[in-house]
Design a protein around this ligand. Structure first.
Ligand code: 5GP
Ligand code: ZN
Length: 117
């Protein structure tokens, strides 16, 4: 069922505390933790605790949680003292999504190119 924990989902397991993560922030509905393979000096993932396959699906089903996720991304950037940063939602394997549980990448601490690759 949509929103229910998925047995085969890595981020559902992290949200449930079944797999450890370097957590930087937590709210009732979201969790922020450091990416295991950082691509920038700051690289934090912000996830909803409920399972949705991507950010747009989350926003359609649970707009309040989607807003909370974005607010938390901003809080992470503030705590990491990032003046500039990027929030990325890879959506679909062709765009680089590898974990099909919605998540924001909050990345900063280095220069960034536009457009991204
Ligand atoms: P995606 O490629 O789906 O946009 O992002 C998935 C992210 O999850 C990748 O940046 C990857 O490094 C990160 N990741 C994969 N497995 C783990 C893990 O077990 N722990 C943490 N903290 N990050 C992970
Ligand atoms: Zn999940």
């Amino acid at each position: 069922m949509v929103g229910e924990p998925q047995d085969d989902c890595l981020f559902c397991k992290i949200a449930a505390g079944q797999i450890p993560a370097d957590v930087v922030r937590e709210t009732e509905t979201t969790l922020a933790f450091r990416d295991i393979s950082p691509q920038a000096p700051t690289h934090v993932l912000v996830i909803p605790k409920v399972h949705h396959r991507d950010a747009a699906s989350l926003a359609a089903a649970e707009p309040a949680i989607a807003a909370e996720l974005l607010r938390e991304a901003g809080q992470v950037a503030g705590e990491e003292k990032l003046e500039s940063y990027r929030i990325v939602f890879n959506t679909g394997s062709g765009a680089g999504q590898t974990v099909f549980h919605a998540h924001a990448h909050v990345m900063g601490g280095r220069g960034m190119q536009w457009p991204p690759g």
